[in-house]
Write a protein that binds this ligand. Structure first.
Ligand SMILES: [Zn+2]
Length: 575
């Protein structure tokens, strides 16, 4: 039984190194291929030989990536199928742990290789820089600490995952409670919000304990790797060669001076429409005119055909890409029993084809998601001719430019889903969401800068630092009576616990997306061409070059932000 939505996919290139007949879920069959690569390395004397060794390694990695993706896709499309689960877990438990050290051994061989320095530049600049960095940061004594870190992260996830409340006649998860914040009845909204806030406070002490332990561990990891603090270590570990902590601080300042005033305008507007004296934390998600949610489509097939029409308006090549995904059944979009929650885009790395997974139920959010994930898919399609596996992936700061730009560009034609008043309502909500994201991102990022550069701080000091940031970026929301809930509101931001310093990427990417959108206002054809050209570069160039190919500046200062917020603000006034 084929558990995948798609059938046999056209191979992009015939295999040269990996045998056609091999079970890529069976480690004893895979290991000899790593042996071959290791043994071949010392005999390599020329650049041509080294390049072909790198391509064989790429082919093997891509084949293994695709095997892992296929098992993941089958499992998420059929959570109730025991075979799919077994196959996925087998890969995670019996292949991946063996794979990691073997991949790392090849990286070390590459970095130490005498021919490496002769590889053509700038072709190998990014690859070389990233592999060297990875090898240099590795410390055997950190392996055990990272395992401990993972365990603490799991404890946090368990704690948060177990949080439920009883509301409206039944037990509800806090995620499920989210929809009550969109409820027009203000008393009901407040009741729901208070119940959730109270429930979170029950675990506040435990969250602080886990976090204290995480900070300790992370500081040791950084020290072991020769860094003064974990912030500097995390920047290096994330290959942030093109921006510094100081650039991020400048970004925070620019958000405060350019975006926070825009947030206050949006909040005043909301207050006026809701006829309220003050906005309370439970007044932020409801439609300010108390309208029922938008209904963009009834059937998922309609969502697909209308999205196709949006791309037809936008660009023939992108339209053909989305059409191809439908023909090859690379979309599984409907919400049905036995499917994992959420949405993602994954790439089948050997076929070099994208796949989109969603749980669409007929909300405007689904339209945003399909446009977003299609942007990622276009990125994957654009890099199909790149043979070096790692260059088919861009850094996250630019991946999200591909997807977030597509939301903004696609929204120009959202009349495919709505009459104009509803289309404008969708555009308004979307733009307000973009503007509203920046200040929270600044809080999350600046807070972590503070945490990891103030070693030995107390919980009281940490709380004060957080509240100061909430004052700077929180806008005009009246939290009185809920001071404790406000002071620990960062506990629910899982990135702070699980993925330290991973958040500013979305802010950086959103600035890129807004620039692509602004460019398209001036010259549609050129901006789209630049967008496609930049996507085709994959991860082969450093971030500033990817941004500039897309027609954007790689800068996060007030001068860059100001005109973008002005454009968004003017647009909002139209609605
Ligand atoms: Zn994304």
């Amino acid at each position: 039984m084929n558990l995948l939505p798609f059938g046999k996919l056209p191979a992009h290139k015939p295999r040269k190194f990996v045998p056609e007949k091999i079970d890529l879920g069976d480690w004893p069959q895979i290991a000899p291929l790593f042996d071959v690569l290791e043994k071949r390395a010392p005999q390599i004397k020329s650049v041509v030989e080294l390049e072909s060794w790198l391509l064989d390694w790429s082919e093997l990695t891509a084949a293994l990536d695709e095997e892992s993706s296929r098992r993941y896709i089958a499992m998420t499309c059929h959570t109730d199928n025991a075979d799919a689960e077994r196959a996925y877990l087998h890969f995670v438990e019996h292949v991946e742990p063996q794979l990691k050290p073997r991949q790392f051994a090849l990286e070390k061989i590459y970095v130490a290789h005498p021919v490496r320095k002769k590889l053509p530049q700038p072709r190998f600049q990014v690859f070389d820089r990233d592999v060297k960095n990875h090898v240099e940061l590795f410390r055997p004594e950190n392996v055990a600490l990272e395992t401990e870190e993972a365990k603490l992260c799991q404890q946090y996830q368990k704690l948060i995952g177990a949080q439920t409340v009883n509301f409206c006649g039944g037990e509800k998860t806090l995620v499920q409670m989210g929809r009550f914040l969109e409820e027009p009845d203000r008393t009901l909204r407040q009741e729901a919000w208070e119940l959730v806030a109270k429930r979170r406070l029950v675990d506040a002490e435990k969250c602080e304990e886990i976090f204290d332990a995480l900070i300790q561990l992370r500081q040791r990891i950084a020290k072991n790797a020769g860094f003064e603090n974990y912030r500097d270590f995390a920047f290096r570990q994330k290959c942030r060669f093109d921006y510094t902590p100081e650039d991020c601080v400048k970004f925070h300042d620019a958000i405060e001076s350019e975006i926070v005033p825009a947030i206050r305008d949006i909040q005043n507007d909301r207050k006026r429409q809701l006829k309220l004296e003050k906005l309370r934390p439970w007044d932020l998600a409801v439609d300010p005119q108390n309208r029922a949610p938008l209904k963009p489509f009834a059937e998922v097939s309609e969502m697909v055909s209308r999205t196709q029409k949006i791309f037809n308006h936008l660009d023939a090549e992108l339209a053909a890409g989305f059409r191809q995904m439908q023909d090859l059944k690379l979309l599984d979009l409907d919400n049905r029993k036995g499917k994992a929650p959420g949405g993602y885009q994954d790439t089948l790395n050997e076929a070099r084809l994208p796949f989109i997974f969603m749980n669409a139920i007929g909300l405007q959010r689904d339209v945003e998601t399909i446009l977003h994930e299609a942007g990622h898919a276009f990125h994957a399609l654009a890099t199909r001719d790149e043979d070096l596996r790692s260059y088919r992936n861009a850094p996250i700061e630019f991946c999200e430019v591909a997807s977030m730009s597509m939301e903004l560009l696609g929204n120009e034609f959202i009349e495919e889903f709505y009459a104009t008043p509803e289309a404008n309502r969708a555009r308004k909500t979307h733009l307000e969401g973009i503007i509203g994201f920046f200040p929270w991102m600044a809080v999350v990022d600046a807070f972590q800068h503070w945490i990891y550069t103030h070693a030995g701080h107390t919980r009281t000091e940490r709380k004060a630092a957080y509240l100061q940031l909430m004052d700077r970026f929180g806008g005009d929301v009246d939290w009185s009576g809920f001071e404790e809930a406000r002071a620990s509101s960062w506990h629910r931001q899982l990135h702070i616990f699980l993925h330290p310093f991973y958040y500013v990427e979305y802010g950086i990417a959103q600035l890129g997306a807004l620039q692509v959108w602004a460019n398209s206002r001036r010259d549609k054809a050129k901006s789209l061409n630049d967008y496609k050209k930049s996507l085709a570069l994959g991860g082969s160039r450093p971030l500033p070059e990817l941004f500039s190919a897309a027609g954007c500046k790689f800068q996060f200062d007030a001068a860059t932000i100001k005109p973008l917020i002005q454009l968004a603000g003017n647009e909002l006034k139209k609605f």
